[in-house]
Design a protein around this ligand. Structure first.
Ligand code: GLU
Length: 307
């Protein structure tokens, strides 16, 4: 499988959790993968709280996540950025797209779309109903990005060659929701560029979002980072471990055990003896990190801990 080139120059990575619940095993794996990749390249690692969608936010979750990261011994560079404070930047990007005729208002309800749309891998493929203008301007509007008929292809550092034609496979997608919240796809692109992130390591549930993000980067003339999508941690039934479904949070009182389990999930070698303390764990894990050893799979079941 074709893998992307060596990393040259200063590395800047990030971890971007959504504060929808405490840190669970799946997000620990993502945090660990992005951190080890950054630190093994002498890179910087930033934390960004993706708290845009206030309807999904769980009170106290952001602080819980940051506290858990600290207890695990993650050290981030600079201050934590909160997307809820970045509305003006998203507004500016949206205005640019509207001005260039690359985005348009949409008044279709979810039900209307469901009745006419075909279903793609990522849900209903918007059939472009409002492309030619909307009849009523008194209804709540979302803003959609006008997708052009062309393929976006890139080489993921773990998953290999990825291709997608967003206009066929996704349809014109929402960049601002009808309730006024900016969509993840727009915010992530604006913030990755603003924070000068050049390496994105994250879960494979976002693999199919990457072409949309690369497309937006092109339209907004923003630099494009490299991407590495690690396998998603799933349970025995293939269900994503997620904060919303209240999967067991990681035990912050036994950080080394959870970190070793996450390291093993990522296909990394484990030390012959259990590290005595966190600094010993981090020294080992950074020195032995190899992105090539991560299984090139989009999902992997989590093995229960040995003890
Ligand atoms: N906030 C997203 C999540 O928690 C991650 C976004 C990203 O890494 O691009 O799933």
């Amino acid at each position: 499988m074709e893998k992307s080139r060596e990393i040259n120059g200063a590395y800047r990575g990030r971890f971007a959790p959504s504060p929808t619940g405490p840190l669970h095993f799946g997000s620990l794996v993502t945090a660990l993968g992005s951190y080890l990749d950054a630190r093994s390249h002498q890179g910087e690692w930033l934390v960004r709280m993706e708290d845009l969608d206030r309807t999904r936010e769980v009170e106290g979750a952001a602080d819980w996540i940051l506290n858990a990261l600290e207890r695990f011994g993650f050290e981030w560079n600079g201050t934590v950025i909160y997307q809820s404070q970045r509305t003006q930047a998203y507004e500016a990007a949206l205005e640019t797209l509207m001005r260039k005729g690359q985005a348009y208002p949409c008044i279709c309800s979810r039900n209307e779309i469901a009745m006419t749309a075909q279903t793609g891998k990522e849900g209903p493929i918007y059939p472009g109903t409002c492309r030619r203008g909307i009849e009523r301007s008194d209804t709540a509007q979302s803003i959609r990005l006008l997708t052009q008929h062309r393929e976006i292809a890139y080489t993921d550092r773990i998953q290999g060659r990825i291709r997608q034609n967003p206009s066929l496979e996704i349809g014109d997608f929402i960049i601002r929701r009808r309730d006024g919240f900016y969509a993840y796809q727009l915010a992530v692109v604006v913030d990755d560029a603003w924070q000068e992130i050049n390496q994105v390591v994250r879960g494979s549930d976002l693999l199919m979002s990457t072409p949309r993000q690369r497309y937006l980067q092109q339209l907004l003339a923003l630099p494009t980072p490299d991407y590495a999508h690690i396998p998603l941690a799933v349970d025995g039934e293939g269900r994503k471990l997620s904060k919303q479904y209240r999967d067991a949070p990681v035990d912050i009182n036994r950080p080394i055990d959870s970190l070793l389990q996450a390291l093993s999930f990522l296909g990394q070698p484990l030390p012959a003896e259990r590290p005595d303390n966190l600094s010993e764990f981090w020294r080992w894990a950074i020195r032995h990190w190899s992105v090539e050893s991560i299984p090139a799979k989009q999902a992997l079941p989590v093995q229960p801990p040995a003890c």
